[in-house]
Design a protein around this ligand. Sequence first.
Ligand code: F6P
Length: 325
Amino acid sequence: MEHQSIKRVGVLTSGGDAPGMNAAIRAIVRSAATRDISVLGVRRGFSGLLNGDMVELSGRGVNGLLPRGGTMLYTARCPEMHTDEGLEKAANMCRYMGMDGLVVIGGDGSFRGALALSQKGIPTVGVPATIDNDIVCTDYTIGFDTACNTAIDCIDKLRDTMQSHERCSVVEVMGRKAGHLALHVGVAVGATCTLLPEHDTDFHSAVIEPIRMGRLNGRNHHVIIVAEGYGHAQDVATQVEAATGIDTRVTILGHIQRGGTPSAQDRVIATQMGYHAVKILMDGKSQRVVAYEGRSVTDYDIEEGLSREKHLDLDLFEVEQTVAT
Ligand code: F6P
């Protein structure tokens, strides 16, 4: 049942940027515009909300946005939102600006802000966007596929030089405390081994033994993927070189993984999620988070969504363990 009283909604991006955030903003603005709902773009995340840093977004204003990486609304972290005073100020600003709802595009930290605001009476919806894919209630977060592809592209290039010098390459992949990105990248590049925070490993059997086996099988170079949540790539490289004598180099992919034009998958899912977020507010619902489940878009209560636990894809992990080296 659509809520006729929704006249204006706000949208902000918060936390680390992710490719596809712009596609989600575009979908929100366009879906709202067709229902005569105006959209206020809040710049610089929650800190922009506190400071009234906002811009009116029209359907025309988001032309050409779909293929652009990053976020046109800028993003920031905002410690003030962790205080009751900050939250009260943010809720008052939403009311002052005439927002009937707020869409928060970001990760679970951003959703805690959305949850707190909804508890202050502001209807909120979260749209999951982070390259880490670590949000519990959704199979997929916007930006993950593009980040995987970016990492794969870089590692394929690294492989050329590692092969030429018969070296070992230790590559650190982002993901915060989660290993989803590293696991997918490890499988996709055919890494010798992939070190994940979720999996306790005996270093010798997980790293040194596969290198030894690889050499016996005629492999003259090796790629080791280290999830940033596992530990430092440099420590891994030092141990590999000491144990094997192989010339070893470290590459920390870092923020390059967050950039670039979004992949087809990120464009499509971001557009679906943005559309769905507006629909949730139109239906008079609040405190929801959009989720991707199987191949469709659904939504959950934010509190319920955040209280679940997201596990590593154990089937994929088994595949990685089986086909590595
Ligand atoms: O959450 C996305 C992410 O890129 C993580 O993978 C990484 O740990 C973190 O953000 C880096 O944050 P910052 O941009 O503040 O350095």
